[in-house]
Design a binder for this molecule. Structure first.
Ligand SMILES: [Ca+2]
Ligand SMILES: [Ca+2]
Ligand SMILES: [Ca+2]
Length: 240
Protein backbone atom coordinates (compact mmCIF):
# COMPACT_ATOMS: atom_id res chain seq x y z
CA UNK A 1 0.00 0.00 0.00
CA UNK A 2 2.77 2.26 1.00
CA UNK A 3 4.70 1.29 -2.13
CA UNK A 4 1.77 2.05 -4.48
CA UNK A 5 1.27 5.44 -2.93
CA UNK A 6 4.96 6.15 -3.40
CA UNK A 7 4.80 5.11 -7.10
CA UNK A 8 1.74 7.28 -7.75
CA UNK A 9 3.47 10.19 -6.10
CA UNK A 10 6.49 9.66 -8.38
CA UNK A 11 4.25 9.43 -11.48
CA UNK A 12 2.63 12.70 -10.55
CA UNK A 13 6.03 14.32 -10.32
CA UNK A 14 7.38 12.93 -13.66
CA UNK A 15 5.57 15.23 -16.19
CA UNK A 16 6.63 18.41 -14.39
CA UNK A 17 10.22 17.08 -14.09
CA UNK A 18 10.24 16.47 -17.86
CA UNK A 19 8.98 19.97 -18.74
CA UNK A 20 11.58 21.61 -16.39
CA UNK A 21 14.35 19.67 -18.11
CA UNK A 22 13.13 20.87 -21.56
CA UNK A 23 13.18 24.47 -20.43
CA UNK A 24 16.75 24.11 -19.18
CA UNK A 25 17.71 22.55 -22.48
CA UNK A 26 16.13 25.45 -24.32
CA UNK A 27 17.99 27.98 -22.20
CA UNK A 28 21.27 26.15 -22.72
CA UNK A 29 20.63 26.03 -26.47
CA UNK A 30 19.85 29.76 -26.57
CA UNK A 31 22.94 30.56 -24.55
CA UNK A 32 25.20 28.41 -26.75
CA UNK A 33 23.58 29.86 -29.86
CA UNK A 34 24.15 33.41 -28.61
CA UNK A 35 27.77 32.65 -27.80
CA UNK A 36 28.31 31.19 -31.28
CA UNK A 37 26.67 34.22 -32.95
CA UNK A 38 28.66 36.69 -30.84
CA UNK A 39 31.92 34.79 -31.44
CA UNK A 40 31.24 34.69 -35.19
CA UNK A 41 30.46 38.39 -35.21
CA UNK A 42 33.61 39.21 -33.26
CA UNK A 43 35.66 37.00 -35.59
CA UNK A 44 34.14 38.58 -38.69
CA UNK A 45 34.62 42.12 -37.33
CA UNK A 46 38.24 41.34 -36.42
CA UNK A 47 38.90 39.87 -39.87
CA UNK A 48 37.25 42.84 -41.55
CA UNK A 49 39.35 45.34 -39.55
CA UNK A 50 42.52 43.42 -40.36
CA UNK A 51 41.62 43.40 -44.05
CA UNK A 52 40.84 47.14 -44.06
CA UNK A 53 44.17 47.90 -42.37
CA UNK A 54 46.11 45.61 -44.70
CA UNK A 55 44.53 47.40 -47.66
CA UNK A 56 45.53 50.75 -46.18
CA UNK A 57 49.14 49.62 -45.66
CA UNK A 58 49.32 48.37 -49.26
CA UNK A 59 47.81 51.66 -50.48
CA UNK A 60 50.32 53.65 -48.41
CA UNK A 61 53.26 51.75 -49.86
CA UNK A 62 51.90 52.15 -53.38
CA UNK A 63 51.36 55.91 -52.91
CA UNK A 64 54.84 56.31 -51.45
CA UNK A 65 56.44 54.48 -54.37
CA UNK A 66 54.57 56.36 -57.10
CA UNK A 67 55.09 59.75 -55.42
CA UNK A 68 58.78 59.11 -54.90
CA UNK A 69 59.11 58.08 -58.55
CA UNK A 70 57.50 61.35 -59.73
CA UNK A 71 59.68 63.35 -57.38
CA UNK A 72 62.83 61.51 -58.46
CA UNK A 73 62.07 62.01 -62.18
CA UNK A 74 61.61 65.75 -61.55
CA UNK A 75 64.66 66.25 -59.38
CA UNK A 76 66.77 64.27 -61.84
CA UNK A 77 66.09 67.04 -64.38
CA UNK A 78 67.46 69.77 -62.08
CA UNK A 79 70.13 71.70 -63.96
CA UNK A 80 69.25 70.24 -67.37
CA UNK A 81 70.70 72.90 -69.66
CA UNK A 82 71.76 71.53 -73.06
CA UNK A 83 72.52 74.96 -74.54
CA UNK A 84 74.38 76.07 -71.39
CA UNK A 85 72.76 79.47 -71.34
CA UNK A 86 70.01 79.17 -68.74
CA UNK A 87 72.08 78.65 -65.59
CA UNK A 88 69.49 76.02 -64.59
CA UNK A 89 70.14 74.29 -61.30
CA UNK A 90 68.98 74.08 -57.71
CA UNK A 91 67.86 77.48 -56.48
CA UNK A 92 66.74 76.63 -52.94
CA UNK A 93 67.83 73.70 -50.82
CA UNK A 94 66.80 73.16 -47.22
CA UNK A 95 65.54 70.16 -45.27
CA UNK A 96 61.92 71.30 -45.76
CA UNK A 97 61.94 72.60 -49.32
CA UNK A 98 63.70 72.20 -52.64
CA UNK A 99 63.36 74.47 -55.69
CA UNK A 100 65.14 73.82 -58.95
CA UNK A 101 65.08 74.80 -62.61
CA UNK A 102 65.73 73.05 -65.89
CA UNK A 103 65.64 74.05 -69.53
CA UNK A 104 62.43 73.07 -71.31
CA UNK A 105 64.35 72.51 -74.55
CA UNK A 106 62.00 75.04 -76.21
CA UNK A 107 64.00 75.37 -79.42
CA UNK A 108 63.16 71.91 -80.63
CA UNK A 109 59.77 70.98 -79.18
CA UNK A 110 57.49 72.22 -81.99
CA UNK A 111 55.60 74.63 -79.68
CA UNK A 112 55.52 78.41 -79.36
CA UNK A 113 56.65 78.28 -75.73
CA UNK A 114 56.91 82.04 -75.18
CA UNK A 115 53.69 82.81 -77.11
CA UNK A 116 55.25 85.38 -79.43
CA UNK A 117 53.83 83.91 -82.65
CA UNK A 118 57.02 82.14 -83.75
CA UNK A 119 57.70 78.53 -83.05
CA UNK A 120 61.03 77.16 -81.94
CA UNK A 121 62.96 80.37 -82.51
CA UNK A 122 66.35 80.66 -80.86
CA UNK A 123 65.32 82.44 -77.67
CA UNK A 124 62.82 79.73 -76.71
CA UNK A 125 65.81 77.67 -75.74
CA UNK A 126 66.44 80.16 -72.95
CA UNK A 127 63.19 79.28 -71.18
CA UNK A 128 63.33 77.35 -67.96
CA UNK A 129 60.79 75.60 -65.79
CA UNK A 130 60.84 76.09 -62.04
CA UNK A 131 59.68 73.25 -59.81
CA UNK A 132 59.31 73.31 -56.06
CA UNK A 133 58.50 70.57 -53.56
CA UNK A 134 57.39 71.29 -50.03
CA UNK A 135 55.09 70.01 -47.31
CA UNK A 136 51.96 72.03 -46.66
CA UNK A 137 49.62 70.95 -43.86
CA UNK A 138 50.37 67.25 -44.21
CA UNK A 139 50.24 67.31 -48.02
CA UNK A 140 53.22 67.00 -50.32
CA UNK A 141 52.88 69.88 -52.75
CA UNK A 142 54.50 70.27 -56.16
CA UNK A 143 54.57 73.67 -57.77
CA UNK A 144 55.56 73.90 -61.41
CA UNK A 145 55.61 77.47 -62.58
CA UNK A 146 52.33 78.83 -61.23
CA UNK A 147 50.56 75.48 -61.30
CA UNK A 148 50.21 73.80 -57.91
CA UNK A 149 49.39 70.13 -57.47
CA UNK A 150 48.89 68.21 -54.26
CA UNK A 151 50.58 64.87 -54.64
CA UNK A 152 49.90 62.90 -51.48
CA UNK A 153 48.06 63.41 -48.17
CA UNK A 154 48.64 62.08 -44.67
CA UNK A 155 52.33 62.97 -44.76
CA UNK A 156 53.80 63.25 -41.27
CA UNK A 157 57.31 64.02 -42.40
CA UNK A 158 59.30 65.22 -45.39
CA UNK A 159 63.02 65.75 -45.32
CA UNK A 160 65.48 66.70 -48.03
CA UNK A 161 69.14 66.08 -47.53
CA UNK A 162 71.99 66.80 -49.89
CA UNK A 163 75.19 64.97 -50.75
CA UNK A 164 77.89 67.39 -51.79
CA UNK A 165 80.78 66.98 -54.20
CA UNK A 166 83.17 66.29 -51.31
CA UNK A 167 81.02 63.34 -50.22
CA UNK A 168 79.57 64.96 -47.07
CA UNK A 169 75.83 65.30 -46.47
CA UNK A 170 73.83 68.22 -45.08
CA UNK A 171 70.31 69.57 -44.82
CA UNK A 172 71.46 73.13 -45.49
CA UNK A 173 74.14 73.41 -48.16
CA UNK A 174 75.92 76.76 -48.16
CA UNK A 175 76.92 76.51 -51.84
CA UNK A 176 74.14 75.08 -54.02
CA UNK A 177 76.63 74.33 -56.82
CA UNK A 178 78.22 71.71 -54.56
CA UNK A 179 75.09 69.49 -54.55
CA UNK A 180 75.49 66.22 -56.43
CA UNK A 181 72.66 64.09 -55.02
CA UNK A 182 69.35 64.83 -53.36
CA UNK A 183 68.10 62.45 -50.69
CA UNK A 184 64.40 62.39 -49.82
CA UNK A 185 62.63 60.87 -46.82
CA UNK A 186 58.83 60.66 -46.78
CA UNK A 187 56.79 59.45 -43.83
CA UNK A 188 53.16 58.56 -44.50
CA UNK A 189 50.38 57.72 -42.03
CA UNK A 190 47.37 55.42 -42.41
CA UNK A 191 43.97 57.07 -42.86
CA UNK A 192 42.45 55.37 -39.82
CA UNK A 193 43.74 54.11 -36.48
CA UNK A 194 44.56 50.47 -35.88
CA UNK A 195 43.81 49.67 -32.22
CA UNK A 196 45.95 46.54 -32.37
CA UNK A 197 48.96 48.65 -33.34
CA UNK A 198 50.82 49.48 -30.17
CA UNK A 199 53.32 52.30 -29.95
CA UNK A 200 55.35 54.22 -29.40
CA UNK A 201 57.29 54.18 -32.63
CA UNK A 202 59.83 56.64 -34.06
CA UNK A 203 61.13 57.13 -37.59
CA UNK A 204 64.38 58.69 -38.70
CA UNK A 205 64.86 60.29 -42.10
CA UNK A 206 68.42 61.60 -42.34
CA UNK A 207 68.92 64.21 -39.65
CA UNK A 208 65.30 64.37 -38.54
CA UNK A 209 63.46 61.96 -36.26
CA UNK A 210 59.67 61.90 -36.13
CA UNK A 211 57.80 60.58 -33.12
CA UNK A 212 57.57 58.76 -30.83
CA UNK A 213 53.99 58.22 -31.93
CA UNK A 214 51.47 56.46 -29.66
CA UNK A 215 48.35 57.37 -31.61
CA UNK A 216 47.73 53.89 -33.10
CA UNK A 217 48.16 55.10 -36.69
CA UNK A 218 50.32 52.89 -38.87
CA UNK A 219 53.18 54.58 -40.72
CA UNK A 220 55.62 53.82 -43.49
CA UNK A 221 58.89 55.60 -44.21
CA UNK A 222 60.55 55.66 -47.62
CA UNK A 223 64.00 57.06 -48.30
CA UNK A 224 65.52 57.48 -51.70
CA UNK A 225 68.54 59.09 -53.31
CA UNK A 226 68.48 60.92 -56.65
CA UNK A 227 71.81 61.39 -58.32
CA UNK A 228 71.67 64.69 -60.21
CA UNK A 229 73.87 64.06 -63.21
CA UNK A 230 73.00 67.43 -64.79
CA UNK A 231 74.36 69.29 -61.77
CA UNK A 232 77.56 67.32 -61.96
CA UNK A 233 77.91 68.06 -65.70
CA UNK A 234 77.01 71.71 -65.27
CA UNK A 235 79.52 72.31 -62.52
CA UNK A 236 82.23 70.33 -64.30
CA UNK A 237 82.06 72.77 -67.22
CA UNK A 238 83.78 76.14 -67.18
CA UNK A 239 81.25 78.92 -66.53
CA UNK A 240 80.32 81.10 -69.48
CA1 LIG B 1 59.41 75.86 -78.81
CA1 LIG C 1 58.03 81.64 -79.72
CA1 LIG D 1 60.64 84.51 -78.70
Amino acid sequence: MKTRAKTEALNRLRPSATSAFTLVELLVAITIGSIVVLASYAFYTGQHKTKVMQDQVVAMQHQLRTTTRTLAQDIYKAGYDPIQRTQAGITHATAQRITFTFSIDGETNGKDDDADGSTDEADEADLVETVEYTLSGGTLTRKRGTSVSQLIDEIDGLEFNYRLKNGTTTGAPSDLDDIRSVRVALLIRSRTRDNSHLGPSSFTGFETTWGPFSDRFRRRLLRTTIHCRNLELKNALPSQ
